[in-house]
Design a protein around this ligand. Sequence first.
Ligand code: C5P
Length: 228
Amino acid sequence: MIIAIDGPAGAGKGTLAQNLVSKYGFRYLDTGALFRAVALCLIKDEYLTKDNLELKAIFYAKNLDFDFTRDFKITLEGIDVTNIIRNPETGAMASKIATIPQVRVNLDEFQKNFAKKYRAKGVILDGRDMGTFIAPDAPVKVFLDCAPEVRAKRRVEQLEGMGQQANYQEILDGIIKRDTTDRTRDVRPMVPAIDSIKINTCENSIDDVVIIVSNYIDSILDKKKETL
Ligand code: C5P
């Protein structure tokens, strides 16, 4: 079974996914981390210029070796980059390069292969275009949303929890900018799939969100059992 979770930054996609992983033992792919990993390489690239940014982003998206472990870690060329990719600068660069069509195409293969490899036992895909593009046939599609101010506050807490410094206003401005880019870009903009369950995570606690989505997953698993 594929579970597609989409929505803007800080809406709670990762937290929901981690809860579902604990409950069902599904595998988890945080596709934002792929864009962030490419962004990290660009930020670290000494020879990056405005002119070669697009070509380099396309190159990195095609050639990097990513891996996602069962304990929610992402490795890039064998190095654990789970925490380092979380800073706002990397998020901003990720959002910028996510508008380049060939970068997306180059990252599709990894995402689709991951989904194919683990779908039989259950896989959660977390991103912006999971329900609309990567897995349009997913039986469970969820779109989480919440006011930017609440998301910014949560992000500050998350970064501080990882020992990083965080400025609320800067984070909020970054989130609003990223939302605008993600929602209005020409290539695969962030929109809820028509058949997704839409949940406002400002109004619902994480426990409630987990219950809503679990009930939906259980109903599908029950239907599957009936047809066996
Ligand atoms: O989810 P996260 O905030 O880590 O994603 C970073 C950026 O990567 C997003 O702002 C978005 O522009 C891009 N992204 C995307 N499609 C995905 C996942 C992330 O465009 N499936």
